[in-house]
Design a protein around this ligand. Structure first.
Ligand code: ATP
Ligand code: MN
Ligand code: MN
Length: 301
């Protein structure tokens, strides 16, 4: 008899020795998810999250008193993160240099949680090749009137248009309203070329289909349309990292999905902080094995 092997979940990384204080503090009033729950979530998903969020400059959405109170977006090292959170000096336009944060293990993620972090945003390049993105992202932001079916159709359309020029792409549920179409890149072209490509691609799409897409940020022009946000692709810009929790109602998480799964989903916030086991099992299922992986460079546009 042929015994089919079941995919084995990646073992959760051993709980790192990061002391989490105020474990009972509620960080999402809607679900009563606590800081301790969030720490447990990140400890559990570290092994599936770090391949996407590790080794790259990160910005943190920190909400020390929970998402109902004040949150702030932290880009630079404030000197209080200890050794598990690493630093990389990044040259700024004016010639000065700023330290950005990066992590490479569960202890790094949990140290950030201990500091009140809920969301992890990251650059599209890694610390060992800061100037050469390994990811291009089209962040699809639907106007308020649109429903998720419109967003899904738009994402598939972007996928098809990218496919026409030979680029494979993968959907990421943002955990909020939209879908990000992620294009893995061999780190070769530098930021200006990638940003320029993303902008021209987005503008062409909006020009060809002005009823469905806009490529400008203006909310007024978005009426009934989807903003194809290419601005994630500038040097120093960030996007939500796969498996990051969101500081939004219901404690949702950003989740990579396959194109065929996307068809059956009815929200970009399909999983939440309580779903670590399901996310790990999914991540190890055969359908997800190639997610986000493609050795490809941008064609001329
Ligand atoms: P949604 O699907 O609901 O749009 P999203 O993560 O795509 O979720 P956006 O508002 O479209 O949210 O994207 C904003 C992006 O800008 C984030 O991905 C983040 O990396 C970045 N960002 C968020 N807050 C700040 C901030 N205060 N300063 C600079 N950049 C920010
Ligand atoms: Mn968005
Ligand atoms: Mn956006």
């Amino acid at each position: 008899d042929v015994v089919l092997e079941q995919p084995q979940p990646i073992a959760a990384t051993p709980v790192p020795s990061v002391k989490i204080t105020n474990r009972d503090r509620v960080i999402d009033p809607d679900t009563k998810v606590t800081k301790g729950d969030l720490a447990d979530y990140y400890a559990a998903v570290a092994a599936i999250m770090l391949p996407w969020s590790g080794h790259r400059p990160i910005s943190l959405v920190r909400c020390p008193q929970g998402r109902a109170k004040q949150c702030f977006f932290q880009k630079h090292d404030a000197g209080s993160f200890g050794d598990a959170v690493h630093r990389v000096a990044v040259a700024e336009k004016d010639g000065s240099s700023e330290d950005y944060l990066w992590v490479d293990d569960a202890a790094g993620l949990l140290t950030c949680v201990q500091m009140g972090t809920i969301e992890f945003h990251g650059w599209g390049s890694r610390v060992d090749a800061l100037e050469r993105p390994d990811r291009m992202i089209f962040d699809l932001d639907p106007d308020e009137g649109l429903d998720f079916a419109d967003t899904k159709k738009a994402a598939e359309f972007v996928r098809d248009q990218l496919g026409e020029i030979g680029l494979a792409s993968f959907p990421l549920l943002s955990g909020g309203k939209g879908v990000h179409v992620v294009v893995p890149l061999t780190p070769q072209a530098e930021w200006p070329a990638v940003r320029d490509f993303a902008e021209r691609f987005a503008r062409a799409l909006a020009q060809g289909h002005p009823d469905r897409f806009v490529a400008t940020m203006s909310k007024a022009k978005r009426k009934g349309r989807i903003f194809i946000d290419y601005l994630r692709n500038g040097r120093g810009s960030t996007a939500i990292m796969p498996y990051s929790a969101r500081a939004r109602a219901g404690a949702p998480v950003a989740a990579p999905v396959t194109w065929s799964e996307l068809r059956d989903l009815d929200s970009a916030a399909n999983w939440h902080v309580g779903d670590a086991d399901a996310l790990i099992a999914r991540a190890n299922a055969p359908a997800m094995s190639g997610w986000g992986i493609a050795d490809q460079v941008l064609p001329d546009l």
